[in-house]
Design a protein around this ligand. Sequence first.
Ligand code: FPP
Ligand code: MG
Length: 349
Amino acid sequence: MHVLQGLLQDELPIINDRLARETRELPELVRAVAEHVLMAGGKRLRPLLAILFFRCVSRGTGERVLSASSSLLSSSGESDIYPLACSMEFLHSATLLHDDILDGSDLRRGRTTAHLVYGKTETILAGDVLLALANRLVAEYGDARLSWRVAEAIMRTVSGEIQELEWIKCPTLSQEHYLEIITGKTAYLIQAACHCGALAAGGDEQAAQAALDYGINLGVAFQLTDDALDYSAKAEVAGKPVGNDLREGKLTLPLICYLEILPEAERRETLAWVRALGAAADPGALSAQDTARHGRVVQAVRDAGCVEETRSRAARYIVLAEKALTSLPECPERVALQEALQHTLHREK
Ligand code: FPP
Ligand code: MG
């Protein structure tokens, strides 16, 4: 991981500085909510992917500018990728603010969630501002392909989230449907970060396709790993309680795999219980009896090897993402993109 580590050391302070600069310009209450979610120690995966694809693809094109008239040129004539990269983090933060309200979550990255500190309405509106800010940052590049990709990713992310909410009301054991949901709610935004980086570098059709393929497969693997961690990570490392998805009545791959191996009657009864958790007026707030059963099911999912099964499914997507890189120029950024795949697969939070 040393190439990725080195690049992270150089890039993270710049990304964080740019995020802080943009955030400082926001109206006061929006700024407080934005800082709450942004300064809680996110991994900055999406901005980093945009930067790595930009730099890697630029080596192939030799292109240093977006367009002659672009207002986003540094004094050296090199296009400034950071606003585009930061737009991905603002977009991601907007989805998290909204998601924690929808899920009734109390903790995110070890901190009380924004809506519990600043109120639901304020947090929804602050999320809307971040969404708009992300779009404005992208629009400033004056490249319709970038704006189209980001708009498409937003549409698909929200659609994936709606699909998940519907599914919680009436969960079935369809792995296909689950994969469609996670592709929507997580993978398209990660894909957009990669694709936008490649487009901004003036990449050809082949480079753009590599970014799309890498992004979508990494995105699915990322969510599968997240879903595995939800059953296995220690709460103090993850910054959120163990078994959170089950508490919210969310049927993710570890639970689907577990339910599939149960005898028919037990499976039907457990699925009905999961549905009742999802339909609760206050999702996530469990009775003492449900808390005890929740603990037993989380342990049973682990004991049945379903966390490992989910991780090995994630590994298959990682292989596909790695293959997508082969058409790109060999360079330190490509190595870092490879290392990012392993980091995603083996992460502990
Ligand atoms: C986290 O999933 C949530 C997402 C990946 C997407 C959330 C998207 C929305 C709420 C739509 C709103 C969109 C915009 C553009 C403002 P999770 O709940 O499984 O993971 P978690 O454990 O991190 O909460
Ligand atoms: Mg959530």
